[in-house]
Structures are given as structure tokens and as C-alpha cells.
Design a protein around this ligand. Structure first.
Ligand code: XMP
Length: 516
């Protein structure tokens, strides 16, 4: 792999993704990892990421200079550039010139990294101090007003670096620079594709599983759907999926899992219809936390029962179920410390949660992938676009989009309104530009309206379209007025008991995306 050394800023994941976009596999490692350990992974190159603003910052981590004696190509970015300069005998100075944001870069000598790129370009800077002198043997390739040494390279040794951030979109030529480093300096061939990922995973899973059996919980979301499809590709009918229909999904979603998904994958699916059970448990409950707890609890209960049944059935045929599939993604792995071992754990997880006394080995075929890569794998495995491009949807489903008690009638109303919203948003081509659009029923609120000659006294529906990068923060989406207008007209005409449609124009923070 190419190792991206994370110095603690938010850029490491972005750099790792850009490298993968160049069809080169990358992994993130913490800067605290000893150099020997990094080298033991036989990196094709090492990228030092951004981090604290300056090598002079309090507690700023350095780079162990033995990294540069191993014959491994290294590319330094921002802080990593300064740390690299310092470790190789260059000078980093307090310039007093802070540069932050878009900056003009002038190429002095294109060298290898800038060859073929414009001599004047826009780059994204974020630094206090700057390299004032490049290490011996290095060619200074570019400068900005605040950074006389904004880029350097020593391609004989396989080293290069830039003061700015090539990984952000504001640096227009950034991807090209990274690619030139990877292909021309580090001499790595771009052969990491989703096709290869699938082939590797399939071979690996086959080997691990042998003739044993595997189970997987499907949530209706992208990750579990793709993970299961990948495992199915490897072991076919040794895999059984469990899908709990709790009746809190949107119109057509349960059918999508039951029909489209099965049709496109051929997976063996056990569907548990638990709609009545969930409604019964939710009856009379209005508190959001309470609803979440109930749905979580019932989900686990139902899932456990289904698994025990499967295990019993397998046992009758003399088989054991040893493996459980989970759709864990790479960002979860990085954020939880980044271990690489696949532990034999007593599980407890986000899809089902398992009985304490069941021991499974985990299969996590998406552990090395980012979300966009998971989608590509799904497409290559032939999953329907509606599943692969599904927007986020909360585990507790529509129960937390009915403000008030959850009943079958209310779920029905909300499903109708939601179906209209999704239909119109899709027709307007907005599915990929908005993050998601919760549709909320204010079930305990009524307002006066007029329809035909009559007075109505109905419920409002709230539209909550948002844009977001990661759901941590969000902004209300500027959905075109004509789309909103069509949605409003259709909902009030087609959904009995709804006589008003309102738009939520709150960012997050202070509002969360969901209303409960
Ligand atoms: P909030 O409402 O906290 O939501 O701004 C952030 C994102 O998380 C989704 N969400 C959930 N997803 N289980 C989930 O799997 C949950 O309990 C849950 N609650 C919120 C929400 O749809 C949004 O994308």
C-alpha cells in the first residue's frame, strides 16, 4: 500500500481517497506508529499529511529521519512538507507570513511533479511557518508570495513535497500532482480497481469460510447490501441473510430488499415480518428516546430469534454457522484506532446485535473501503441503483419522523407523503445533490385549511431537505421553488388529512437532521 501518515488533521482521509482515485491502494496510519512498523508493511510510498500549523507548534510531532533511508518514496504535504524538510536538513523559518485559503502558485522549474502543468495555478494554503531553505540536493520547483519554497523534489531519491494541500478541490491541479508523484516518481502502476478488490475479497472469503455457513443481517442500507452481495459472490448459498421488516420503512423499501435485491444477487433471504410486534411495542409512546430504545430492543430480539432458528436448522443438517458478515467501512476502522486484525468477537453490532452467548467470526469485506468505493463495488456486483445510491435512512425508521404516537394509520399517511417527495426529488434530478430529505408528520398538530367549499382541519407535513458531507453538520438544501410547489400541491391533494406542507430552513447545528 501507499501509507498516509496521519498527523492529526482532518486531511488524511481525503488524501487516502485521492490516492485511491489514482487507482493506487492507500491506508492511513497514525504518526505515532514506529517507522520500522510502517516499513514492515512494505509501502510503495509514504505520504506525510497535513497536521499542526507548524513544526514549531507545541508538541508538534517530528518525522523519524530513518524513514528517508529505506529507499521508499516519500511525499510531504503542508505540515508533512515542513517536517520532511527539517528531517532532511533544510530550514523551516518563522516567516510571519500566514497564508490561508486560495493562493497563486508560480512554478519555477516543473521538475517531474509539475511537468506538463500550468506555470501559474491556484492552490489551497493553510500554514504559518514556511520552508526557507530546501534540503541539499533538492530542486525548488514552485513558490508563492508567502512561501518562497512552496514545493521541492529530489526525484533521484524518490522524494517530493508541497506546502499547499493538493488533496482539496480548490487546488485545481492537485490530483495531477499526486498522480505524477505516484506514477513518475514512485513508479507505482495504477492497477487498484474495484474489480481487483472484488476478486481479492472473494478469494480471501472463500479461503476463510471453506464449507462453513455464514449469516448476515440486512438493514436495507447500502453497506450491508454490498457486504452480503460480496460474500455471496464468494460462498453462494452458504450465506443466509436476515431481514427484519419492522414496518417502519418507507414505501417500497421492504419489497426492494425482498425482490430487487434477491433478484439481482440470488441471495437466500429470511424475512421476518415483525410489523405487528413493533406497532404493539410502540403504542402510546411519544418520547423520541423511548421510541429509539424500543425499536433497538425489538430489533435485536427479532434478529436473535431468527438467528437461533437458522442455527437450529443448520444443526439438523449437521452444519454450524461460524461467520457473521458486517458492513464496517474504512472510516469506522480509522476512527476507532485502525487495527488490522479481524478479531473473533462476541458481537453486538449496529445491524442486529447478537445474543451474548453466540460466538461468531466476523467477515468485514468493506473494512478497507470508503463509501463511494462501496457503491462502485455494489454497481460492479450488479446491485440495482436504487439500492446502491440509497440516501441515509435512520435505523428507527419512520417512527422518529412521526412526531407523536406511532400508529398504522399515521405510518400510512407519512409513507404516502414521503413517496411523493422522493418521486418529485428524483424526477427533478436532486437525488445526488441533496444528502437526504426527511419527511416529517406532525401528528399531534392540526391546522385549519380550506378545500373546495369545505373547511379542513388536518396535519402538517414538514420537508427537511439537507445538504451535507458527513451528517455531522448540514445546511438546508435550496430546493428549487417549482419542485417544492409540485410537492406541496401533490401532498395536499393526494394525502387525505394533510392540508399543509412546510419547509424546515434550519442548519445543523442548531437543528439535527431528524426531528427526533
Ligand atoms: P441527526 O438527526 O442526528 O442525524 O442530525 C444524522 C444522520 O444520522 C441519521 N440517523 C440515524 N441513523 N440510526 C441510524 O442508523 C439512528 O438511530 C439514526 N438517527 C439519525 C440521520 O438520518 C442522518 O443521516
Amino acid at each position: 500500500p501507499v501509507l498516509v501518515v496521519d498527523f492529526g488533521a482532518q486531511y488524511a482521509q481525503l488524501i487516502a481517497r485521492r490516492i485511491r482515485e489514482a487507482k493506487v491502494y492507500s491506508e492511513i496510519v497514525p504518526h505515532t506508529m514506529p517507522v520500522e512498523e510502517m516499513l514492515a508493511r512494505r509501502p510503495a510510498a509514504i505520504i506525510l499529511s497535513g497536521g499542526p500549523s507548524s513544526v514549531y507548534a507545541d508538541g508538534a510531532p517530528g518525522v523519524d529521519s530513518t524513514m528517508f533511508d529505506a529507499g521508499v518514496p516519500v511525499f510531504g504535504i503542508c505540515y508533512g512538507f515542513q517536517a520532511m524538510a527539517q528531517a532532511l536538513g533544510g530550514t523551516v523559518a518563522h516567516t510571519g507570513n500566514r497564508e490561508y485559503g486560495g493562493t497563486k502558485l508560480t512554478v519555477l522549474d516543473p521538475g517531474v511533479v509539475f511537468a506538463g502543468l500550468p506555470t501559474e495555478q491556484d492552490v489551497w494554503m493553510s500554514h504559518g511557518d514556511a520552508v526557507s531553505q530546501a534540503p541539499d540536493g533538492f530542486l525548488v520547483t514552485a513558490a508563492t508570495a508567502g512561501a518562497p519554497v512552496a514545493a521541492f523534489e529530489n526525484t533521484d531519491r524518490g522524494f517530493a513535497g508541497v506546502q499547499f494541500h493538493p488533496e482539496v478541490l480548490h487546488t485545481a491541479q492537485g490530483q495531477k500532482m499526486l498522480e505524477r508523484f505516484l506514477y513518475e516518481v514512485a513508479k507505482i502502476s495504477p492497477d487498484w480497481t474495484m474489480g481487483n478488490v472484488i476478486a481479492d475479497q472473494v478469494a480471501d472469503i472463500k479461503q476463510r469460510v471453506g464449507t462453513k455457513r455464514v449469516i448476515c443481517g440486512l438493514s436495507g442500507g447500502v453497506d450491508s447490501a454490498v457486504a452480503a452481495a460480496l460474500v455471496h459472490e464468494a460462498v453462494g448459498d452458504q450465506l443466509t441473510c436476515v431481514f427484519v421488516d419492522h414496518g417502519l420503512l418507507r414505501d417500497g423499501e421492504a419489497e426492494q430488499v425482498e425482490k430487487d435485491y434477491v433478484a439481482s444477487t440470488g441471495i437466500k433471504l429470511k424475512v421476518v415480518d415483525a410489523q405487528e410486534q413493533f406497532l404493539r411495542e410502540l403504542a402510546g409512546v411519544t418520547d423520541p428516546e423511548q421510541k429509539r430504545k424500543i425499536v433497538g430492543r425489538e430489533f435485536i430480539r427479532t434478529f436473535e430469534a431468527a438467528e437461533r432458528e437458522l442455527i437450529a436448522e443448520a444443526g439438523e443438517h449437521g452444519e454450524t454457522i461460524e461467520f457473521l458478515v458486517q458492513g464496517t467501512l474504512y472510516p469506522d476502522v480509522v476512527e476507532s484506532g485502525g487495527g488490522t486484525g479481524t478479531a473473533n468477537i462476541k458481537s453486538h453490532h449496529n445491524v442486529g446485535g447478537l445474543p451474548e452467548d453466540l460466538q461468531f467470526s466476523l467477515i468485514e469485506p468493506l473494512r478497507t473501503l470508503f463509501k463511494d468505493e462501496v457503491r462502485q463495488v455494489g454497481l460492479e456486483l450488479g446491485l440495482p441503483e436504487a439500492i446502491v445510491w440509497r440516501q441515509p435512512f435512520p435505523g428507527p425508521g419512520l417512527s422518529i419522523r412521526i412526531i407523536g404516537e406511532v400508529t398504522a394509520e399515521r405510518l400510512d399517511l407519512l409513507r404516502q407523503a414521503d413517496a411523493i417527495v422522493r418521486e418529485e426529488m428524483s424526477a427533478a434530478g436532486l437525488d445526488r445533490s441533496i444528502w437526504q430529505c426527511p419527511v416529517v408528520l406532525l401528528a399531534d398538530v392540526r391546522s385549519v385549511g380550506v378545500q373546495g367549499d369545505g373547511r379542513t382541519y388536518g396535519h402538517p407535513i414538514v420537508l427537511r431537505p439537507v445538504t451535507s458531507e458527513d451528517a455531522m453538520t448540514a445546511d438546508w438544501a435550496r430546493v428549487p421553488f417549482d419542485v417544492l410547489s409540485r410537492i406541496s400541491t401533490r401532498i395536499t391533494n393526494e394525502v387525505a388529512e394533510v392540508n399543509r406542507v412546510v419547509l424546515d430552513v434550519t442548519s445543523k447545528p442548531p437543528g439535527t437532521i431528524e426531528w427526533e
